[in-house]
Design a binder for this molecule. Structure first.
Ligand code: PLP
Length: 505
């Protein structure tokens, strides 16, 4: 993540020959104390204190000494002003955060590698307000006694989903783990959990259903086949040791063709006839009907509960559009067991995401405004024609910034919802395609362009496809963030001297 050493040096690119210049010897470099006494460094010490500045000075001089020993240090690099400048840069780099705001032009709205759902303004404001001082996280303002942090969102969740009860944990993986552990261990006879073979999914990041079962202390009983599972498969598998029936929404892949699954209503009848609970892991789980917003349908917790599920788990930062969280809704009996299970304490949500979650859920009380107020839904429902207009508006400035090395055109694109939801559905979108001029060295030119975009102060993340770098503009709500960096992009591409005066927004 840190820049190459040469950036700190500022005098030459990595590997660049310095044969023409005289070289410095290790003994030409000053001692740390001498550098710290340099007038230019005084301001740095004043601002950041001795510990950080002296530490960076030691590191810088050590690196320079190694370069000098290797005959790789230009004589000019040992001058005090050059060292002072390099030291300032080193200090600034050390203080710069690793977690940085980027511009997501990948075309994937809920991008797992780019922080998933964006928080709504209301959530950001509530988060900030609640974290600025004490709050009633576990304090009952009515009685003045101890409160339960679950109560901050439980009523909202039951209102929105129709569930009898609800609880929340760190993420949906934790919700699934806790649900299985609590419900399987509550059973006297055994800890078998019955799942269809077609639903033994792996979610990104090594979350595999069979492993989760094992970690939860449950015994997995697979029924059916990859493509077809029938009611009698479940019925036959139920025995004395069965503790739970489980259904997993296969969010990141689709089995097509000769398939058959048992829906929740049927499965609930089978489970309840034997006095067993049924849990469903929805993964993404939207609280609103996406079809009403012109998007592909995604199952809702509401309908799964209405179908008879005792527990439904889903994620806070996928389609819900909130912070990382695992939401668990269901019957009073099941939720009460889950809440009392010791693992719950280890997986409980922190006050930070909890504040954001409450504010996000409250947005759902005004469904008519949701497509405006909730960034995830706002971006997902952004019409392709509007994105195309934006692409046309940005074209001249972007084209000027990368000319003559790259040719820029407006293109229609297909984006994705992301985060494993609705894998086969695509979102019609639009954006800019940047193609290298000439075939020779095109691959290298594209890599260089992608690297330059990622190297901007607010890194721009696109995607490379068919020998072009594609910038899908669906998620670009602030075009200025891109436009104001085009000058820097031009510089990074070594194009500053070209005939074009450069872009201006
Ligand atoms: C994403 C997903 C999970 C994990 O949810 P996180 O919130 O990422 O922990 C679990 N199950 C399914 C089906 C998922 O799609």
């Amino acid at each position: 993540m840190r820049p190459a050493e040469s950036v700190v040096d500022g005098s030459r690119a990595p590997g660049e020959a310095i044969d023409a210049e005289p070289r410095a010897e290790p003994k030409d470099l000053p001692a740390v104390d001498r550098l710290l006494r340099e007038p230019d460094v005084a301001a740095l010490l004043q601002e950041h204190g001795h510990t950080l500045v002296a530490g960076e000075a030691r590191g810088l001089l050590e690196a320079r000494r190694a370069e000098a020993r290797a005959g790789q240090l230009a004589a000019g690099a040992v001058a005090m002003p050059a060292l002072a400048t390099a030291l300032r840069q080193a200090v600034e780099w050390r203080l710069a955060p690793n977690l940085r705001a980027v511009i997501n032009l990948t075309g994937t709205v809920i991008h797992t590698n780019l922080g998933r759902a964006l928080l709504a303004d209301a959530a950001l404001q509530h988060l900030l307000a609640m974290m600025a001082g004490p709050n009633n996280l576990e304090y009952d303002l009515a009685s003045g006694g101890r409160g339960d942090r679950d109560s901050i969102v439980e009523e909202l969740l039951t209102t929105l989903t129709g569930a009898e009860a609800a609880t929340v944990v760190n993420n949906n993986a934790a919700a699934v783990l806790l649900t299985i552990a609590a419900l399987a261990s509550a059973h006297e006879g055994g800890r078998e959990v019955i799942v269809s073979r077609g639903e033994l999914v792996e979610i990104g990041g090594a979350f595999r259903m069979p492993d989760v079962m094992a970690a939860a202390g449950a015994t997995l009983v697979e029924v059916g086949t990859t493509n077809r599972t029938h009611p009698h498969d479940y019925e036959r598998a139920i025995g004395e040791r069965t503790a739970l029936l489980m259904k997993v929404h296969t969010s990141n892949y689709a089995v097509q063709g000769f398939t058959s699954t048992v829906d929740e209503a049927e499965l609930a009848r089978i489970a309840h006839a034997q006095g067993l609970p049924l849990a469903t892991d929805l993964g993404s789980g939207s609280l609103v009907d996406l079809a009403a917003h012109g998007l592909p349908r995604e199952p809702t917790p509401q309908e799964k509960l209405a179908a008879g599920c005792d527990v439904v788990t889903f994620s806070g930062d996928k389609l819900l559009g909130g912070p990382q969280a695992g939401l668990i809704v269901g019957s009073k009996a099941a939720i009460s067991r889950i809440r009392k299970f010791p693992l719950k304490r280890a997986l409980r949500m922190s006050k930070l995401p909890l504040a954001a979650l409450e504010a996000t859920l409250r947005l759902y009380l005004r469904p008519e405004r949701l497509a405006q107020d909730l960034p995830t839904l706002r971006l997902l429902t952004r019409p392709a024609p509007a994105i195309l207009v934006l692409a046309q508006q940005l074209l001249p400035a972007v084209a000027a910034a990368v000319a003559p090395r790259f040719e820029v055109s407006v293109v229609e694109l297909m984006g994705q919802i992301g985060s494993g939801s609705l894998p086969v559905e695509r979102l019609p979108s639009a954006g800019l395609a940047l193609a290298p001029q000439g075939k020779k060295g095109a691959g290298r030119a594209l890599d260089e362009l992608a690297t330059a975009l990622r190297g901007l102060a607010r890194p721009v993340i696109g995607r490379i496809a068919e020998d072009r770098l594609l910038l899908d503009l669906r998620c670009l709500e602030q075009p200025a963030w891109l436009l104001e960096q085009l000058g820097a992009l031009r510089l990074a591409l070594g194009l500053a001297q070209a005939q074009d005066p450069g872009p201006s927004p």
